[in-house]
Structures are given as structure tokens and as C-alpha cells.
Design a protein around this ligand. Structure first.
Ligand SMILES: C[S@@+](CC[C@H](N)C(=O)[O-])C[C@H]1O[C@@H](n2cnc3c(N)ncnc32)[C@H](O)[C@@H]1O
Length: 270
């Protein structure tokens, strides 16, 4: 996986647009046609490539959870994330909000294919450690394969947030990226309490997830999320309460993105 893979579609876009300009199209229509062609071709290429990839499932048993898995999307997950704004830049922003430093011990809960986990492993360096957990066998299979391909020090385990297989006070920082909305309301509180248990005194949790839309236009798209118990509390702006119910002494909204996502930061007391 190259860091510069995104350059491919851009170069293709320029080349196709140039061909259309040379055969007489206006610049604007050439760009539009080139965009449609390159976008469709990239989508088809990405889907076919992802579906042909062999996923080696972990040999250990998967934990039972009432959380919503994304196993059906696992093969194409890495391909689609950058298209919806969750590329490497967004992951680095997440780590900046978390304040991840060299030498720290980090846990990424609901790590999926482990993109953020691997970038966190680069950030902590050889003196630190990063573990990603997810209850989805396909997600963990892909995360391990990607880590091996990139020579990443990140380690991946099959586990669920509500029953973390770690001793108390182990991690400096826990990351949760787009995972909270995969949990029913009671598991959010139970999972956050587990996170609090495994954090060192003074350790921190960084959650990035869907929040109440700041721009009313988002409601045109996201009103169905009010109908589902997993997301209702978040789009109603009530996720903050879950941190306090789980035992965190406080929580701050450290920032936001797209008028829809919030970065939440909560500390364990010393
Ligand atoms: C949208 S993905 C996010 C993946 C990754 N963190 C990211 O930012 O791309 C949500 C993940 O939450 C995981 N999940 C669902 N229930 C869970 C649970 N009880 N504990 C931990 N993770 C869970 C799913 O398997 C899925 O991989």
C-alpha cells in the first residue's frame, strides 16, 4: 500500500481531461467527463481488487457482542475511507487531538482494519506500543495482514470494548474512532467504563464520532439516525452524558469536523 496511491486517480483525471480538450471539448466539460470516468473506474477497480484479496481469518475465537460488526464491508473498507474524507490526513488529525507522543502505550478500540492503529504505532515509535482490538474476525484478519505488509509494530487482537482483555491501569491513551455509534446505549456506558479501568491514572481517552449536526442541512441526510437506538443519543447531542455515567470525572469537546463529527477528550483522575 503506497502512501501516494491517491496520486494515481489525480494523474488519470488530468490525462483524460487533456485528451478531451485535445479533441475539442471545453475545459469545464472535459473536466466533468474526466471526473465521471475516473471516479467510476476507480470505484470498480477498488471493489474488484478488494474482493479478490484473500483474508486470513484469526485462529482464535471471536467474542460475542451486541455491537454492530462491519464484516460485510471489511474487504472494501480501506478503499472507501479516503473517498469519504477519512484518509491519512484525518487519522493524523485524530492523533493530534489525542496528543499521542513517542514512548506511549496506546489502545485503539474498534480498530477495524487498523489504519489509525498503524499510524499511532509510527507516532509512538519503538519505545511505545499500540494494540488494536475489534470483535470482527475479517477486520482483524485484514488489520494483521496490512500491519505485516507495512512492517508495522501495531498488534491486533479479537476483543470487544465491553470486555477488554487487559489489566487495570495499562494504557496512557485509548482511541475510539467511529466505533461508539456501533454500540447500543447500555454497551456505550459499559465499554467506556472498561476503557476507564484500563487507562493509567491521568491517562486519556479520545473519541471521534458522529455528533448532533451543527449545520441544519445535514438533517436532510441524517434524520434516519434518530430512529435507531445506536445513533439516536449521538445525533441528539447526548454522548457527553455517557462518559460521566461510565465514571469519567469530566469530558471536553476538543474540536469538530464537517459540522457533524466531534472529537471528545476525557481523562482518568490521578
Ligand atoms: C466504522 S468501524 C471503525 C473502524 C476504525 N476505528 C476506523 O476509524 O476506521 C466500527 C468498528 O467497530 C467495531 N465494533 C462493533 N462492535 C464493537 C464492540 N463491541 N467492541 C469493539 N469494537 C466494535 C466494528 O467491528 C467495526 O470494525
Amino acid at each position: 500500500m503506497s502512501r501516494f496511491a491517491w496520486l494515481g486517480p489525480l494523474l488519470m483525471l488530468a490525462a483524460v481531461a487533456l485528451i478531451f480538450i485535445l479533441i475539442g471539448a471545453t475545459r469545464r466539460s472535459a473536466l466533468l467527463i474526466a471526473f465521471i470516468i475516473v471516479f467510476s473506474a476507480s470505484m470498480i477497480y477498488g471493489i474488484v481488487r478488494a474482493l479478490r484479496r484473500r483474508i486470513e481469518l484469526p485462529p482464535e475465537p471471536a467474542p460475542k457482542t451486541r455491537g454492530m460488526l462491519l464484516e460485510w464491508a471489511a474487504p472494501v473498507y480501506d478503499f472507501y475511507c479516503p473517498w469519504i474524507g477519512l484518509g491519512r490526513g484525518f487519522r493524523k488529525l485524530t492523533l493530534r487531538y489525542a496528543g499521542v507522543r513517542a514512548g506511549e502505550h496506546i489502545l485503539d478500540v474498534g480498530c477495524g482494519t487498523g489504519v489509525l492503529t498503524r499510524i499511532a504505532a509510527e507516532a509512538v515509535g519503538p519505545d511505545g506500543s499500540v494494540v488494536g482490538i475489534d470483535p470482527g474476525p475479517k477486520m482483524i484478519g485484514i488489520a494483521r495482514k496490512n500491519a505485516a505488509l507495512e512492517n508495522s509494530r501495531a498488534v491486533f487482537r479479537l476483543a470487544a470494548i465491553e470486555d477488554l482483555p487487559f489489566e487495570d491501569n495499562r494504557f496512557d491513551c485509548v482511541l475510539s474512532s467511529f466505533m461508539m455509534h456501533h454500540l447500543p446505549p447500555d454497551l456505550k456506558v459499559k465499554g467506556l467504563a472498561e476503557v476507564l479501568r484500563v487507562l493509567k491514572p491521568g491517562g486519556r481517552l479520545l473519541v471521534v464520532d458522529i455528533d448532533k449536526p451543527a449545520n441544519p442541512l445535514w438533517w436532510l441526510l441524517f434524520w434516519p439516525l434518530l430512529l435507531w437506538s445506536f445513533t439516536r443519543d449521538q445525533v441528539s447531542g447526548r454522548l457527553r452524558d455517557d462518559f460521566l455515567r461510565a465514571g469519567f470525572p469530566g469530558v471536553e469537546r476538543a474540536g469538530g469536523r464537517f459540522g457533524l463529527l466531534s472529537f471528545w477528550k476525557a481523562y482518568k483522575g490521578k
